[in-house]
Design a protein around this ligand. Structure first.
Ligand SMILES: [Zn+2]
Length: 514
């Protein structure tokens, strides 16, 4: 079934529904940063940023977002959830400079009767009273029919009765949530076709949840049925299994349904990383579009296909999202994967040497070690016994740490053949090490890049004596680099990962300014 392309609005609710994720609370500053990135860089149509009357901290954040948005001409695109409480939510929103209220009404007879103890007539009277006041105050009003999916299933007459009484009120969007994420695509299609057919002049939004993992599929069904706006969050944040992922929804609506969106895809990954950091909720490496591994080919045969002319290329290419394809090194990697990585490093090896290096990679992969692209130069240097890659060598190091005491480190290190001694202090052993090594490296015009991520892991089910693996992601300005170190002591694992990065960068410096 083909559909005419039309413009679909995306409403992002990361800052309201997304913040209801277990254990997530954004600071006011983080909220403002996310709001700016959503509207200005990602170019979503609307954002929902808070629930009214929550807290003073929240109020501060909403005020700051509104102030910025109004300066930029985005004022009517910032929305706040409000309650059927006559003046209170409206006054709260007004006091933050807000222009839009998303009023939460009961979309199922059960919620109306059991939670409010009211009849449809009584609830509608209350809703209309709040709408009247909001309208008087000059707010734009959208309305949520909470628990609509169950309401539509169990008591359709209630849902239609409610809309019949509200359809002439000054309302912009009727927002229909699958609050508990219980619908499947065919149910979504049938019910939205019914709603859109019955009320052709109303604008319906779909607000999905992902409890069955069907949120994105349900969005497709709702759009097919005629919905013009969809709610989603960054990284699928939200209560329980979360909402719909904005990244998934955006590419699916574009690629699979030919819809027009305002989104700038090249910002999807950056904002996903930002929300990942602020929320503390890590996304899976295999999360579509934004996950760390989704543009990495693991199997040698796929790299071979790419080498021979993009045989495994799809519409979902990494360039769209400002990412690059990478080729994993491990027991599955073949000659072509190695070649692709060598190209990236601009290293040339004879066929004979490539064979040796590949054999080592496969052996390392077999022993379950993670191999990053940045490990490759060390593997090459090691296999070919080349010394040209050893710019820095940690000769000795001792760490002193105590509870409630500053940590200190003293070390001996060799850089380009010269031996140095240094000491350092800091907030923990690794920080002290960075302090000490910094005093040596400054003599070589070298400063370490900032940390972008730091992971320590031991094998699942490992004992306390297990080897720890430390993987550090470094923010090298134009690119992120990962290096790893392995040691029984986690502080030393982190030091080894750091030494590796320094080696790579000293090597590059030596080659660029000889
Ligand atoms: Zn929700």
């Amino acid at each position: 079934m083909s559909l005419n392309p039309r413009r679909i609005q995306l409403m992002d609710t990361t800052l309201r529904d997304g913040e209801q994720t277990q254990g997530v609370a954004f600071t006011p500053t983080e909220k403002v940063s996310i709001a700016k990135a959503l509207l200005q860089n990602l170019r979503v149509d609307r954002i929902e940023v808070a629930s009214a009357r929550v807290s003073e901290g929240e109020k501060e954040a909403v005020r700051n977002i509104n102030q910025w948005a109004q300066q930029e001409g985005f004022g009517d695109r910032v929305e706040v959830l409000g309650f059927v409480d006559h003046t209170r939510s409206v006054d709260w929103i007004k006091s933050t400079g807000g222009q839009v209220i998303n009023l939460l009404a009961k979309g199922s007879e059960k919620h109306c009767r059991e939670q409010l103890g009211k009849t449809l007539e009584q609830h509608c009277a209350d809703v209309l009273q709040t709408i009247g006041y909001a309208h008087e105050q000059g707010l734009k009003i959208n309305i949520y029919l909470e628990d609509w999916s169950n309401g539509y299933k169990d008591s359709r007459d209630y849902v239609f009765g409610l809309i019949d009484r509200l359809k002439d009120a000054p309302l912009s969007h009727f927002m229909l949530p699958d609050t508990l994420g219980v619908m499947a695509p065919d149910e979504v299609f049938a019910s939205f076709s019914d709603m859109c057919g019955r009320y052709p002049n109303l604008q319906f939004d779909f607000h999905p949840h992902n409890d069955y993992g069907l949120a994105t599929a349900n969005v497709m069904a709702a759009v097919r049925a005629g919905v013009s706006a969809v709610h989603c969050t960054i990284n699928c944040l939200g209560e329980r299994a979360g909402n719909a992922s904005l990244a998934e929804v955006a590419v699916v609506l574009r690629d699979k349904m030919n819809m027009e969106l305002a989104i700038d895809e090249s910002h999807l990954v950056r904002i996903s990383n930002m929300v990942e950091n602020f929320s503390g909720k890590r996304i899976a490496d295999n999360a579509p579009i934004v996950g760390a591994d989704v543009f990495t080919q693991t199997a040698g045969i796929h790299a071979d296909g790419d080498q021979k002319g993009g045989l495994y290329k799809t519409k979902l290419g990494p360039e769209r999202f400002s990412r690059t394809r990478s080729y994993a090194l491990g027991k599955m990697s073949g000659k072509a994967s190695l070649k692709k990585n060598l190209e990236q490093l601009e290293v040339e090896l004879s066929e004979e040497d490539q064979k040796k290096v590949l054999a080592r990679i496969v052996a390392l992969g077999d022993s379950k070690q993670t191999i990053t692209t940045d490990d490759l130069p060390f593997i090459i240097a090691d296999v070919l016994e080349s010394k040209s890659y050893q710019h820095i060598k940690l000769l000795a190091c001792s760490v002193n740490s105590g509870l409630d005491l500053q940590s200190t480190v003293s070390l001996r290190v060799e850089v380009n053949g010269d031996k140095h001694q240094a000491t350092g202090a800091g907030n923990g052993g690794f920080d002290a090490f960075i302090d000490a090594i910094g005093t040596v490296l400054v003599k070589y015009d070298y400063t370490l890049p900032k940390l972008a991520d730091f992971e320590i892991r031991i094998p699942k089910g490992g004992n306390t004596n297990a080897l720890t693996e430390c993987v550090i992601t470094w923010d090298c300005g134009h690119e992120l680099r990962k290096t790893r170190g392995v040691h029984v002591n986690q502080v030393f694992a982190a030091m080894l990962a750091t030494i590796k990065l320094i080696n790579i960068q000293l090597h590059e410096m030596a080659n660029t300014n000889p």
